[in-house]
Design a protein around this ligand. Structure first.
Ligand SMILES: Cc1cc2nc3c(=O)[nH]c(=O)nc-3n(C[C@H](O)[C@H](O)[C@H](O)COP(=O)(O)OP(=O)(O)OC[C@H]3O[C@@H](n4cnc5c(N)ncnc54)[C@H](O)[C@@H]3O)c2cc1C
Length: 558
């Protein structure tokens, strides 16, 4: 079979389309590089960035002049524990400059009507009021101005990256698929940045949109990059599940303003789990507490009650304008409605190992945003993700531009092209040779996704234990079967790509969670309920060894 493949070429290729990708693109273009941004959806309108609540935690001292990057650093380390210190220092020091830069590009943050100063909200995670919020309370208030600021950048929308290519100098771009035409592309790049976001879709209930399926982690792992902290998955504790159909988060600042949680017996239970901070605690503790109440039979309609009787309603609505609007639009009274909250899978703390400038362990490959790991440790603080994506997105963009300039060219990765070309050169409906599904088969996307979701919920949910993790490891090995081989034509193969990536990443998460035999931050094991600093004040690294097997190691933090 002769295989034709369209080729494109650029200096810096960025895989993503959310806030980290856009910030990297602006930086690389400003350094004079030719830049292309490849997005599975549409850049600026896809990924978690487009739907985020748009909080930006930053020590700019607008609400409390005593705040400082040093205090932000101390809080971030206290929350995450095993964070890579140098990354956190850089993040906290540079976040203020990245914040004001966003303002200069037209991102509007809430301001005090009288003084015009930026409003900074408190939350249980931060020791000073530190979270500025975009006036739209939605990510597109940030992504669209950033996309507009990315002058001269080529946007390759609706194209999915399938695999990294390599030449003798390292990663040399990607093999990708145009999702509309099903045409295969090879994009050669002197430097490639992963900014493909997290893994929310691996879980059955998540805040993350459909395109957040862990692709970048799978691509990096297959290519031999090192991943870190993959056992740490954050569950957002406070998703409103009564009355609403879509996602409606209640903001952490609500609990500083007096909102409290109650179980079926009417007990205000949070002080049992965090005697010091009570309801205004960190996300890991709140998620575990709510889940435990439900598990032990003290739940209400699959969640717990939100009691606003001690919180001024006006203040609650000011902090949660989407909730306020929804209730008034539907003629519901927030003061009397029974508000039920439950946790949802939200954010991956771990990811691809990066250095201070976003370089990974593979030459030619950099990473930024949620796909990268190290700065959050075991628990990401409220609204630390967006600023970290801006700080390391910019650094990765600049480093990629410099690396691209230093590198001669970028070759076509023949091996990756040969692997993918046959799958997309068949006509739709034409069966792959040796397809295991039998006549009339094709993959059952919904069924496979449900199996991945069940596995992750059972093995790598809010509370874990050795037996369920071992079962998860076995299940993930079965799920890692080659769905692509059973795909019935290119459309089916397109659906199978994400499933294969999800199955692979699921197996990395459960293996890392099984490896860490203690409880720490967002990783809680019923069989090892105590934090064990003597053995586990360490990061867990996962990578593919030379035999193609998954290897796990731990490295103590100095
Ligand atoms: C509902 C919600 C509320 C949040 N609220 C806040 C908040 O208030 N403050 C805060 O700091 N953080 C918040 N977070 C977290 C934060 O928004 C995210 O961590 C951050 O936006 C991730 O940005 P990113 O650029 O790394 O990835 P994303 O924005 O997720 O973008 C990933 C991009 O990669 C693309 N992609 C994926 N795979 C491929 C592929 N194979 N080929 C090509 N493209 C691909 C996707 O289409 C997408 O465009 C929230 C998250 C959610 C979901």
């Amino acid at each position: 079979m002769s295989v034709g493949i369209r080729q494109l070429e650029t200096d810096v290729l960025i895989l993503g389309g959310g806030l980290a990708a856009l910030r990297a693109a602006i930086a690389a273009a400003s350094a004079g590089a030719r830049v292309a941004v490849m997005t599975k959806g549409t850049a600026g309108r896809a990924g978690s960035s487009a739907i985020t609540s748009a909080g930006f935690s930053v020590a700019i001292g607008q609400a409390d002049p005593a705040d400082s990057p040093q205090s932000h650093f101390a809080d971030t380390i206290r929350g995450g524990g095993v964070n890579r210190r140098r990354l956190v220092e850089i993040f906290c020091e540079e976040a203020p400059a990245r914040f004001w830069e966003m303002v200069s590009w037209g991102v509007q943050f809430e301001r005090d009507a009288g003084t015009g100063r930026i409003l900074q909200h408190p939350s249980g995670d931060h020791s000073h009021p530190r979270t500025a919020v975009c006036v739209q309370h939605k990510g597109i208030g940030m992504t669209l101005p950033l996309r507009a600021a990315a002058a001269g950048v080529e946007f390759l929308d609706r194209i999915i990256a399938l695999d990294l290519m390599h030449d003798e100098n390292g990663v040399s771009g990607v093999v990708a698929l145009d999702q509309q035409t099903l045409e295969l592309l090879a994009v050669r790049a002197r430097a490639t940045i992963l900014a493909t976001g997290g893994i929310g879709q691996l879980y059955p209930v998540t805040s993350n949109p459909n395109d957040v399926t862990g692709d970048g982690l799978a691509l990096a792992y297959r290519a031999g990059a090192r991943l870190v902290d993959m056992e740490f998955m954050q569950f957002y504790p406070w998703r409103l599940i009564s009355y609403v159909t879509g996602r409606m988060p209640v903001q952490p600042s609500s609990f500083v303003a007096g909102a409290v949680l109650r179980n079926a017996a009417g007990e205000r239970f949070m002080p049992r789990y965090d005697p010091e901070r009570g309801d205004a605690t960190t996300r890991d503790i709140a998620a575990r507490a709510i889940y435990t109440e439900i598990l032990e039979g003290r739940g209400v309609q699959g969640g717990v009650r939100l009691d606003l009787s001690q919180a001024p309603l006006e203040e609650f609505i000011r902090l949660n304008p989407r909730v306020g609007r929804y209730f008034s639009d539907h003629g519901l009274d927030l003061a009397t409605a029974e508000l039920i909250l439950a946790p949802e899978a939200h954010f991956l703390m771990g990811g691809v190992v990066i250095d201070e400038n976003g370089r990974t362990s593979l030459p030619g490959l950099l990473a930024a945003g949620e796909v990268s790991g190290g700065s959050d440790g075991g628990n990401r603080l409220d609204s630390n993700a967006i600023p970290a994506g801006q700080v390391f997105g910019r650094r990765a963009g600049l480093a990629a531009a410099a690396d691209a300039e230093a590198r001669g060219g970028a070759g076509l990765g023949q091996e990756a092209v040969s692997r993918w070309a046959p799958r997309f050169s068949r006509r739709v409906g034409q069966r792959a040779p040796g397809s295991p599904n039998g006549a009339g088969g094709g993959i059952d996307r919904k069924d496979i996704k449900r199996r991945i979701n069940d596995l992750m919920l059972r093995a790598a949910g809010i509370r874990r234990d050795g037996a369920r993790l071992a079962e998860g490891v076995r299940g993930a090995a079965i799920l890692e079967a080659d769905y692509l081989a059973s795909a019935d034509g290119p459309r089916d193969a397109l659906a199978a790509i994400e499933l294969e990536n999800m199955a692979l990443v699921a197996s990395i998460v459960v293996r890392a969670a099984e490896f860490r035999t203690e409880s720490r931050a967002a990783h809680y094991r019923d069989d090892y309920p105590v934090r064990d600093d003597a053995h586990w004040f360490a990061n867990v690294y996962a990578y593919r060894d030379t035999d193609g097997q998954m290897a796990l190691t731990k490295e103590r933090i100095d």
